[in-house]
Ligand binder design. Structure first.
Ligand code: NG6
Ligand code: CA
Length: 524
């Protein structure tokens, strides 16, 4: 009698035990912890194009130029229609992207030469620093253009401070732009493939004796310069600045896209088991436009279109790598451009002649260097498979806001005062973007508030004839209502003096009052 009841008891215990294990909250809690751990420290990739315009992307209305991979991100994530770079030129935009600080607060934040010292203070907060502190591995592959060293760089020893000193664990970069010397890759401060008996010298003022230049030796060129770009010749392309030596270290322009892509893919594979931040800074479609032969003729628009097709392909390959590694659901991707588009930016390369019906600025007025919308309003996409529901957002967001927003994402307290926490907007959960934003273009500034934009009077040409872009300069204030007049055709400054006064007052509160004194445009 006892036995069976004993066994019954044991059986009941076993049954209860099994039931307990099955219902144990610990396993689901573990799964939850795992999930939230993943959700709170996803990999983060910034894909940052150079001079890609609002109208250059299929998802933003381009019908002539096909960008299927960017479109895939745009259609599977949040596509911002009011997403802004902080400046209409490169270095200031990159400065704001990484530091979360308005570029006009830093007087040195202008288009930098290849020998300019590091623009970011090594004590300054940066996106990679925020993430490093949360255990991320951080890397940059591509265009830097934020200065290197302290003013007198010896390119033959370790170059510092640079990306490694402002938060990046790994850096494989070109120093400035593809059209500026030094035309070499730099890996963690060391010029790649540099040979001891062929040291590099760089000078932006005077040439090295006996070295040919674009200006004096047109017979040595495969690409002709239109304005500027007539100093040292590298790979038969004339550049800005003078350089001597480093023959084996010089990049091959047509391979640059592949070189950066392979490094970015390698970085992803290497760090797939930890949380990583990759800043993949594409060099396209900045000049000189040098598509690999696989892409020559691919757009029917000449080299500018071809390098956009090439950049789009690179993005597709990067996505394949993430898929291959099973990282898509655990990676937040932000895609944008550092400033608006330009056609002829100093070389004859058929960008104007073969444009056809394509409109790089889309419906917007202006372009690179301009205070009009096309200078700073750029493709801006956030994508995170399984976490961001596809949508189109007209919330006003700035690249500068990524610092505080990402900080919130990874449960960090770090903030800068200019960078707004718009995480919910970037995640597509809210449409409550910025109320106001100051935009910059070659040291001039304009002010967006709500649907309005106010451009103060600036001396200087209305149009830069060489690049054929309206700059936004005028003798009087300009005021546009952007939802009713996206193309900025109707200046309402005179007809709406109250609104203008309100905008000027709000602008001056942030910007101060000396914004109008910039007569000397940095654009030569
Ligand atoms: C300008 C260059 C232009 C481009 C630009 C930087 C001349 C005349 N023009 O000074 O070709 O290099 O700087 O572009 O030299 S950016 O996208 O990096 O800001
Ligand atoms: Ca640029």
């Amino acid at each position: 009698m006892k036995k069976p009841s004993y066994f019954k008891f044991i059986n009941s215990l076993l049954f209860l035990g099994l039931l307990f294990t099955a219902c144990q909250p610990s396993s689901s809690t573990d799964a939850k912890t795992e999930e939230s751990k993943e959700a709170s420290t996803p990999n983060i990739i910034f894909i940052y194009a150079d001079d890609l315009g609002y109208g250059d992307v299929g998802a933003y209305g381009s019908t002539e130029l096909k960008t299927p991979n960017i479109d895939r991100l745009a259609n599977g994530g949040v596509r911002f229609t009011n997403g802004y770079a902080s400046s209409a030129t490169c270095s200031p935009s990159r400065y704001a992207l990484l530091t979360g600080e308005y570029p006009w607060r830093n007087k040195r934040a202008k288009i930098l030469s290849g020998t300019a010292p590091l623009l970011i203070d090594t004590a300054q907060l940066t996106v990679p620093k925020v993430l490093s502190k949360k255990g991320y591995h951080t890397g940059i592959v591509g265009k830097w253009h934020l200065g290197l060293g302290d003013g007198s760089v010896d390119w033959n020893t370790r170059i510092s401070p640079g990306p490694n000193e402002v938060g990046f664990d790994y850096a494989y970069i070109m120093a400035a732009t593809q059209d500026r010397v030094p035309t070499v890759y730099i890996e963690n401060g060391h010029v790649s493939r540099l040979e001891k008996d062929d040291p590099i010298s760089v000078d932006y003022k005077k040439n090295f004796e006996g070295e040919p230049t674009g200006k004096d030796n047109p017979e040595l060129l495969k690409m002709k310069w239109h304005h500027g770009h007539n100093s040292s010749i590298v790979n038969e392309i004339p550049r800005i600045g003078y350089m001597k030596g480093g023959e084996k270290a010089k990049w091959i322009d047509e391979n640059m896209a592949d070189t950066f892509l392979v490094r970015a893919q390698h970085y992803i594979r290497k760090h797939k088991d930890e949380s990583f931040f990759l800043y993949y800074a594409l060099q396209q479609p900045h000049v000189p436009r040098t598509p690999h032969e696989r892409f020559v003729g691919s757009s029917g628009m000449g080299p500018r279109g071809d390098v956009i097709v090439e950049a789009d392909w690179c993005i597709g390959e990067l996505l394949k790598t993430l898929e291959e590694q099973g990282l898509m659901e655990n990676t937040l991707i932000v895609l944008s451009s550092d400033n608006g588009p330009v056609l002829n930016d100093g070389y004859y390369d058929d960008a104007v002649e073969k444009l056809g019906k394509h409109t790089p600025s889309g419906v917007l007025r202006g372009g690179k260097y301009s205070l009009f919308e096309a200078g700073t309003r750029v493709p801006f996409i956030t994508y995170w498979k399984g976490h961001i529901t596809p949508s189109v957002s007209d919330a006003v967001v700035s690249q500068m806001d990524l610092l505080s927003s990402i900080s919130t994402l990874v449960s960090s307290e770090e903030r800068t005062s200019d960078s707004q926490d718009l995480l919910d907007v970037f995640m597509g959960k809210s449409n409550d973007g910025r109320d106001e934003l100051i935009l910059e273009a070659t040291s001039r500034t304009a002010f967006r508030q709500g649907d309005w934009i106010m451009i103060p009077p600036y001396k200087g040409p209305a149009k830069n004839m060489r690049v054929n872009i309206e700059l936004g300069n005028a003798a009087d204030f300009q005021l546009y209502h952007l939802t009713e007049d996206l193309g900025q055709q109707n200046n309402l400054a005179t007809s709406n003096p109250e609104k203008l006064a309100e905008m000027v007052a709000a602008f001056e509160k942030i910007r101060g009052t000396d914004y109008g004194k910039i007569e000397q445009l940095e654009l030569k």
